[in-house]
Ligand binder design. Structure first.
Ligand code: DX5
Ligand code: ZN
Length: 218
């Protein structure tokens, strides 16, 4: 299998010094940047939107992996593309036109992702697999960085891996929330091949070494 994709989560960056943060992100082995968009309705928090995305696009060539936690995400797909998103991941929950939304994202030339909250049955991804480039399993309830990793996630990742392999599709399996070197190896062993990491990574004394550690397998 290819090298694990590490996606530092921008939510944990130091926003008073964004340009400086990219001085550690850009030369690192992290292939992606994870960009959480929250609207205060889908999740009990607000984060950032287009102006910050546009700034990030100017500051990095990394793949910008946008995680949408917003109402009616389809209303904004074109703008996300315009301001620099490379991939859009939408939530399964509360969305009534998932297939249509996934097709719209693909038609705009972005990678297509579907994300499940910790209490959503993993099997729901099955009918959507033909349209997906990425499945994201949340390992915390979305809304905030720095939360405790939910141990149940390992089993959920194994289940998702089985379904993806059965569908015989090359879909990236990503995990987001509370990821650290304390659980990364077990997550990779369970079948994940992409990890989002926020607070643990940005707090690490050696950013680069921490990414290398996250990529290590048993
Ligand atoms: C949570 C976000 C995560 C968050 C991860 O709602 O989707 O991407 O930034 O941060 P950590 O790694 O600190 O849990
Ligand atoms: Zn996220």
């Amino acid at each position: 299998m290819n090298k694990t994709i590490i996606a530092p989560s921008l939510l944990a960056a130091d926003f008073k010094n964004l340009e400086k943060e990219f001085e550690r992100i850009n030369p690192s082995a992290a292939q992606w940047l994870h960009f959480d968009v929250m609207d205060g309705i889908n999740v009990p928090n607000l984060s950032f939107g287009f102006p910050i995305l546009e700034a990030c696009r100017k500051l990095t060539d990394k793949f910008i992996d946008v995680h949408l936690m917003i109402e009616e995400p389809h209303r904004y797909f074109e703008e996300f593309k315009k301001y620099g998103a490379d991939g859009l991941t939408i939530h399964f929950e509360k969305n009534t036109n998932i297939e249509g939304d996934l097709k719209k994202i693909a038609a705009l030339g972005m990678k297509v992702g579907l994300v499940l909250n910790p209490d959503t049955a993993v099997e729901v991804i099955e009918p959507f697999l033909p349209h997906l480039d990425l499945v994201l399993i949340m390992s915390v309830y979305p809304g905030f960085g720095g939360q405790k990793f939910i141990e149940d996630t390992f089993e959920r990742v194994k289940k998702a891996r089985r379904l993806i392999d059965l569908a015989d599709r090359n879909i990236i399996l990503q995990v987001d929330g509370g990821v650290s070197t304390a659980n990364s190896r077990a997550l990779l062993e369970s079948g994940a091949n992409a990890l989002v990491c926020g607070s643990a990574l940005f707090k690490a004394s050696d950013f680069h070494a921490y990414i290398t550690e996250l990529q290590k397998k048993y």
